[in-house]
Design a protein around this ligand. Structure first.
Ligand code: ADP
Ligand code: MG
Length: 695
């Protein structure tokens, strides 16, 4: 008999029947130790504890039933198949086999009893019960009703490894536990008692071998909650560690007389709002420290994050360090570039822009300025973290519209600055309000600053929801608006997720507008245009040479043309709340009252109807975000691009958020009293997520 061992430390090959080949397949599911096998949880259960009368089979169910063969025939309707008609006196069903051997056919002779398990489907016009490829066993009449199975767990599988293999391996692992092997219970028992959750072993047993059919909502089960708690805890611990790790780095301390910053503020034609002022102070206080700032700046669209970023940048530049500002789109990078150039060139700051379009000589020139330190303020897109870009003295990294980037990109840009031994400060800006639960987990490594006030003189955007059949009225309204000196966005949204079709739609819309409003100047901007072309159009729009800008969602983030005060969004029903809010944020930036028309094509689904109503009712980004979370379920809130971020194995931010206070408390305690538990927990739950690989 093998020594009692801890299954967390046993490679999966320790199990009988697992050689290199099977191990490789299991690896694909993230299973590399015997303990990992135990954490491979079923996603549903089959009830094989009772035989269901054929007459009461219901479509959509997986059932165990028994019956006697009445007829077996091979038919060629479209495809060769064997049909077996089975009856138990209460009704009949048809078993359907597309693959079958001759001996199978022979065995299913009239009068033979079968015990079957399979999914019941309705078939044909009659709606007769039909089961394709059921599991079956030949039985004698005497064996009817004598069953030795109960609830059976069904596991996620991988190519080349069947359900039965998983069941056997898990059984084997439990066998080892019975012989004295252990699996590491990372939650101290007094905490378990405190939060009223079962031990690890109890939970695992319950989940793999339940006594009674588990509830449809797994999170109602204490066994499941115990594991969800662990997963949330592991996530929180890994971010805490990340934060701690960064806090141990040293950062350049920026002390300066703020001559440039003061000059910059003086030159602005407005004063900072008190919220902006407060955040500028919070940032300055961080930048004096030799510990890297890790701050998240949250402020609704139009709240004026850019000038705050500029203040932070000048603080670093005045202390002789470079600043990198990363924007999610070229359009936004170019816009920031224009602004920063205007603000800073006069102060003797060299501002450069590096985006995808810079190739060859231009690229070399810019990157060498960055490398040699001539460049002080560098604005760009993801192009900024290409390998070839290296910084002379990067002191501050600013990331705009963080919801577009993953944690990974954020860390990558920071690592660029680390090349020189010092860790740059980091300011992350987002317009997406982050509900508390999300912030506690996803941003546990960041301190939070909030701009909770819009610049004065803004009139909230009014919004109306209009059916597409009223397009003519809307066009009339545009005509009026332009006559009053307004500029207009006409936004064509996603069509089948295809950028090309979206561009086509924009072209069609532009043609229609040119035709209907020949006296106005209409221009087009979309994602398939070259960056310079886009930039040129934006410039003309800004200079009011264009009345109506027909755009795809490329203008979604950050674009700032205060004189534009009317926005039409086509197919608004297709967009999520977060995106609608971002888009609408392009208007309402000037003093003039702005209006947004959400155009939709009936019929509206109830969900779409609700989204559009919310948009009409409020412009409060936080309310919209919470509603969004409610309507969409969970963490998709931060956008699809956040792929890999906060993807849990079993936890669900929305459903399980109530546990978070306890999770945080427990994490603090573990960090203080039992830090040795951190590594196994993080390994168990996050081993496959690269982003947290720092631990
Ligand atoms: P966001 O927070 O969405 O990035 P921006 O930084 O683009 O917002 O600012 C939106 C607009 O408000 C810009 O035109 C900017 O110049 C202007 N702005 C920023 N701060 C103030 C202020 N304190 N008073 C008046 N206008 C301001
Ligand atoms: Mg912005």
């Amino acid at each position: 008999m093998p020594e009692p061992s801890c299954l967390d430390d046993q490679p999966i090959t320790y199990l009988k029947g697992v050689g290199a080949k099977v191990a490789e397949k299991l690896q694909r599911l993230g299973i590399s130790t015997v303990a990992d096998m135990l954490f491979h949880l079923p996603f549903r259960y089959e009830d094989r504890s009772k035989v269901v009368a054929i007459g009461s089979l219901q479509t959509g169910q997986s059932c165990l039933f028994e019956g006697q063969v009445e007829l077996t025939e091979v038919v060629f309707r479209g495809r060769r198949s064997m049909l077996v008609r089975l009856s138990d006196g209460t009704g009949f069903v048809t078993l359907r086999f597309f693959h079958f051997s001759n001996s199978q056919k022979q065995a299913m002779k009239q009068g033979q009893w079968l015990r079957c398990f399979g999914d019941v489907k309705a078939y044909g016009k009659s709606g007769a019960a039909d089961i394709v490829h059921p599991e079956y066993r030949l039985i004698t009449e005497e064996q009817r009703g004598i069953i030795d199975e109960g609830l059976l767990a069904v596991y996620p599988v991988t190519e080349g490894l069947h359900q039965t293999s998983f069941r056997k391996l898990i059984k084997q692992a439990f066998g080892l536990l019975q012989q004295g092997a252990t699996v590491r219970d990372c939650l101290p028992s007094h905490i378990l008692k405190d939060v009223d959750l079962p031990t690890l072993l109890e939970s695992l047993e319950q989940l793999h071998y339940p006594q009674t059919m588990p509830l449809a909502d797994a999170s109602e089960s204490p066994a499941y909650n115990r594991l969800i708690f662990e997963e949330l805890l592991a996530n929180h611990l890994s971010l805490s560690q990340l934060k701690k790790g960064i806090q141990e780095e040293s950062a350049p301390s920026f002390r300066s007389n703020n001559v440039k910053k003061k000059a910059f503020l003086k030159a602005l034609d407005f004063a900072l709002t008190s919220a902006q002022q407060r955040v500028v102070n919070e940032i300055s206080a961080d930048l004096i420290l030799q510990q890297p700032m890790q701050r998240l700046l949250q402020g609704d669209v139009g709240s004026g994050k850019t000038v705050v970023a500029a203040c932070a940048a000048l603080t670093a530049i005045e202390s002789d360090h470079q600043v990198a500002l990363m924007a999610p789109t070229e359009l936004l990078a170019e816009q920031h570039f224009k602004n920063f150039q205007q603000w800073m060139t006069a102060l003797g700051v060299q501002v450069d822009c590096l985006v995808g379009r810079h190739k060859g000589k231009a690229y070399e020139a810019i990157t060498s300025d960055i490398r040699d330190g001539r460049s002080n303020m560098i604005i760009g897109t993801q192009a900024l973290f290409q390998e070839k870009v290296s910084f002379a003295k990067l002191g501050l990294v600013i990331i705009d519209e963080q919801h577009r980037f993953g944690v990974q990109q954020r860390l990558a840009l920071r690592d660029k600055g680390m090349e020189n031994g010092l860790c740059p400060h980091q300011l992350v800006m987002t317009a997406t309000p982050i509900p508390r639960t999300l912030a506690m987990l996803g941003y546990a490594d960041l301190d939070l600053s909030i701009i909770d006030e819009l610049p004065p003189g803004r009139t909230p955007v009014t919004t109306s929801v209009v059916a597409v059949s009223k397009k003519n009225l809307i066009i009339e309204r545009i005509k009026q608006g332009v006559a009053d000196g307004r500029q207009v966005y006409w936004v064509c949204t996603l069509i089948e997720e295809s950028e090309m079709l979206q561009c086509q739609a924009a072209e069609v819309a532009a043609e229609l507008l040119v035709e209907s409003l020949p006296e106005l100047s209409v221009a087009l901007i979309h994602g398939r245009m070259k960056a310079e072309e886009k930039e040129a159009v934006m410039q003309r729009f800004k200079q009011q040479e264009i009345d109506i800008l027909v755009a795809t969602t490329v203008i979604e983030v950050g674009v700032d043309v205060p004189n534009a005060s009317l926005m039409i969004i086509e197919n608004a029903e297709r967009l999520g709340l977060a995106q609608l809010h971002q888009l609408r944020g392009r208007v309402g930036r000037g003093e003039r009252a702005s209006h947004c028309v959400l155009m939709y094509k009936p019929p509206l689904s109830s969900n779409a109807n609700e989204r559009l109503s919310i948009m009409r009712e409020t412009t409060d980004g936080f309310k919209i975000a919470e509603k969004d979370m409610e309507l969409r379920g969970h963490g998709e809130l931060l956008g699809k691009r956040q792929a890999g971020f906060m993807r849990f194995k079993i936890a669900d931010m929305q459903r399980d958020g109530w546990m978070l206070d306890n999770v945080v408390r427990c994490a603090d305690e573990i960090l203080q009293k039992q830090p040795e538990l951190v590594q196994p927990l993080v390994h168990r739950w996050l081993m496959n997520s690269v982003e947290y690989a720092h631990v």
